[in-house]
Design a protein around this ligand. Structure first.
Ligand SMILES: Cc1cc2nc3c(=O)[nH]c(=O)nc-3n(C[C@H](O)[C@H](O)[C@H](O)COP(=O)(O)O)c2cc1C
Length: 184
């Protein structure tokens, strides 16, 4: 499925599954997508910006207040030229901040500026996934037009077995491709 010319903004949050986002970026790039990655502070505990810079061939956004070569705020520029916005993996914390409309970092501030299709791929411990607060926030996001890419069942990083694993890279890729619409 070609994504030639499609501009994808990928938010990566502080989940143990953050390393899988590197493969996702690689796959998207191979299909012609122009991917820009936003890493939360917690995500940077799991994966380095260098990995995403190299795979996406674009600068990685790690800080709302970082120095920039051009005058326009990076998060505004990104949001206005975006065809698909996807947060994968999305932590319980990120889901809450997105549902509440907080704007306390580059990811959540950009999310409020986005008008293109928005997707979220949760990844967390099964007990967190079942929590009524998490489910409530996901309902809020769905009602507001977000597509929730359901997590898979399996052995989780914490050792328990249940629902909460990040959906496969293929499933997230396919959801992004569908959201991007017909090829350019
Ligand atoms: C080893 C480890 C793995 C974690 N994995 C997850 C996870 O898969 N999902 C999740 O919701 N939180 C996970 N957390 C907790 C988040 O990193 C934490 O809530 C953090 O504040 C999330 O910040 P962010 O949403 O801004 O990225 C993990 C924490 C640690 C120490």
């Amino acid at each position: 499925m070609s994504l030639k010319g499609k501009r994808v903004v990928l938010g990566v949050t502080g989940s143990i599954a953050a390393y899988k986002a590197a493969d996702l970026v690689s796959q998207l790039g191979k299909e012609g997508a122009d991917v820009t990655v936003i890493l939360t502070r917690a995500a940077q505990e799991f994966v380095r910006p260098l990995t995403f810079h190299t795979l996406s061939r674009n600068p990685v956004v790690t800080d709302l207040f970082g120095e920039r070569a051009t005058w326009d705020p990076e998060h505004v520029a990104l949001a206005t030229r975006c065809d698909v916005f996807c947060v994968a993996p999305a932590t319980a914390n990120a889901i809450a901040r997105l549902a509440l409309g907080l704007a306390d970092d580059a990811l959540t501030t950009t999310a409020l500026l986005i008008r293109c299709p928005r997707l979220v791929a949760p990844a967390m411990n099964d007990r967190m996934w079942e929590h009524e607060t998490v489910q409530g926030h996901l309902t809020t996001l769905r009602v507001r037009g977000w597509t929730v890419i359901p997590p898979a069942e399996g052995v989780l990083a914490c050792g328990s077995v249940g629902v909460g694993k990040l959906a496969s890279v293929e499933a997230v890729f396919d959801a992004i491709a569908r959201a991007a619409g017909p090829r350019a």
